[in-house]
Ligand binder design. Structure first.
Ligand code: GTP
Ligand code: ZN
Length: 187
């Protein structure tokens, strides 16, 4: 896959000053948020886009809390957040909202994906290796609870997994339980 890479730009943020670079892969434009003086083995968060959580503050998931936690940690440890445009575990926004509508009728997050003709998780992570190699990174500490991410990131040594566990609420409790019991998340 041909990838276009932007220049590096400064991004002052409410979490401190970062550098940013965009990576365009087909129609998808990903954003890498990082500190200039990256740690030798940086803490890296691979975040999947969640418009409803990240931008709107939805309580149906823990995405926004995770994103803010990751940005703060990147700031304090000279790490990196790779923001992948894989909305709805890569089924897209429209399909995710249809999945939410099915969940309103009682299906869980996995059943809803299946009902719409998708696998529980349609994400892939080749781009992560491309991005890390672009920055000359061979070893990382990966911030995740998702074993799939650990297994799918190839040609990068994951020297440590750091958990990213957020408080639950009454809206996302069932969702987090399904992630634990049926998707193998380490929470
Ligand atoms: N299809 C679908 N996608 C969802 C649903 N809820 C959240 N998402 C998407 O799931 C992605 C986030 O995945 P999570 O399972 O929360 O976490 P993860 O990235 O797999 O694992 P961690 O690294 O441990 O956080 C985002 O792209 C969200 O838009 C849902 O009910 N259905
Ligand atoms: Zn979310």
């Amino acid at each position: 896959m041909n990838i276009k890479i932007s220049e590096v730009a400064n991004l002052p943020s409410r979490f401190g000053d970062f550098k940013v670079k965009a990576f365009k892969e087909g129609q998808k434009e990903h954003l890498v948020i990082y500190k200039d003086d990256l740690a030798e083995v940086p803490i890296v968060r691979v975040h999947s886009e969640c418009l409803t959580g990240d931008a709107i503050g939805s309580l149906k998931c823990d995405c926004r809390d995770q994103l803010e936690f990751a940005l703060k940690l990147a700031q304090s440890t000279n790490g990196m957040v790779i923001y992948l445009r894989q909305e709805g575990r890569n089924i897209g926004l429209l399909n995710k909202i249809n999945a939410y509508a099915l969940q309103d009728k009682g299906l869980n997050t996995i059943e809803a994906n299946h009902q719409l003709g998708f696998r529980a998780d349609e994400r892939t992570y080749e781009i992560v290796t491309r991005i890390l190699h672009h920055f000359g990174i061979q070893k990382i500490k990966l911030l995740t609870n998702n074993p799939d991410k650990i297994n799918s990131i190839s040609n990068i040594e994951i020297v440590e997994r750091i958990p990213i566990i957020m408080d639950s609420n009454k809206h996302n409790k069932d969702y987090l339980n399904v992630k634990k019991s049926e998707m193998g998340h380490l929470i």
